[in-house]
Design a protein around this ligand. Sequence first.
Ligand SMILES: [Zn+2]
Length: 293
Amino acid sequence: MSPGPGLAGRSGLRRVLAPNPSPMTGRGTNSYLVGAADVVVVDPGPDDDAHLDALVTRAGGEIRYVLVTHAHPDHSAGARRLAARTGAALLGPPPSGAFSPDAVLSDGDVVAVPGWRLEVLETPGHCADHLCFVLEEAAPGGVDAPGGGSGTGRRRHRVLLSGDHVLGGTSTVVAAPGGDMAAYVASLERLLALAPPLDEIAPGHGEMLGDARAVLEAYVARRRAREAEVVAALELAPGATPAEIAAAVYPTIAPGLEQAALAQTWAHLRKLHDDGRASSPDPASPHAPWTAP
Ligand SMILES: [Zn+2]
């Protein structure tokens, strides 16, 4: 476990890296612990005995809540067993696949333990039901509004627990049909518009990100640049399939990520379709031809 540079004391956040490295998960899933005597676990990760043991041991205090950003197994598969073992409430997005929470979280919900609060933001895009959590110190007097306003005059430090919406050191996969590129970019822009602004990002994979605004702006710019590349490829090869466009847009894709590149290209095409900038006889098929109108 490592707390991340400059972070531990300021945000109460501790990280436990899960032993599930792969091309899609990087070094593995980051599970996070918030709080001391009463603890929140965010994204318990895979259903792995050693990892769940590590979460219980590192928590120190009682695990009261298990939160999940999204139902993908690398984030949620261990959640039910951790909740059963600790008596914690399992909270997250609506049931999906093997994931089923005790209660569903919605935009604006707040989960709190002494000293800390986590506010729920719905951030669709990577998948339809993706949540992020804004972590900040709780107001001492119980008077609590996001970002401060408790009369201390000091704006509280705000850390985004971003799941797979934003990753450390790489870009997230927005793969159609589960992923939605238009929703993804809109969710990034919503995070940029938050007031008070975010300070740091604690991603579901990779290292802590210190300048939230710069990271989010770079993410939006990267998607816009990729979209322009998809449009250019489409203009060069009218009638191309998502696979053919993916080969043009991602010429040096790493082994094991070809399918993700294809699904992400398809997600870009579907956004362009919604924007009226690309057309296909069957946008719902990954094999159909596409043209620029
Ligand atoms: Zn993940």
